[in-house]
Design a protein around this ligand. Structure first.
Ligand SMILES: [Zn+2]
Length: 105
């Protein structure tokens, strides 16, 4: 399973490399074939927005409903970790690689 570079259209990125390219707001990573930078497109940003809203809502509910402070902080920790894992996995397998909006100086 490989992903297409937005510049040379060769399938040069494996899922892990794709995830490490970062979101649309980052500089991205250079393609091993053509050396031009690629990053994950807008779908990653939409997914991140949805999951961060869900995460904040879940944290607030747990924080205000829970009486067990220790357990609730463990659960909140798991939710935050899950959020990062979920977004990383999303960038690995979903969305397209695009040209970063930020350019090299
Ligand atoms: Zn390329």
């Amino acid at each position: 399973m490989k992903f297409e570079c937005p510049h040379c259209h060769e399938k040069t990125f494996n899922p892990l490399q794709k995830a490490l390219c970062g979101s649309y707001r980052t500089m991205g990573k250079p393609c091993p074939n053509c050396g031009k930078r690629a990053c994950n497109g807008m779908t990653g940003i939409y997914f991140q927005t949805v999951t961060s809203v869900a995460m904040i809502a879940a944290i607030l509910v747990i924080y205000f409903k829970s009486t067990e402070r220790i357990y609730s902080s463990i659960i909140i920790g798991c939710i935050i970790a899950g959020y990062f894992v979920l977004n990383f996995l999303f960038n690995m397998f979903f969305g397209k690689l695009v040209e970063p909006i930020r350019k090299m100086k």
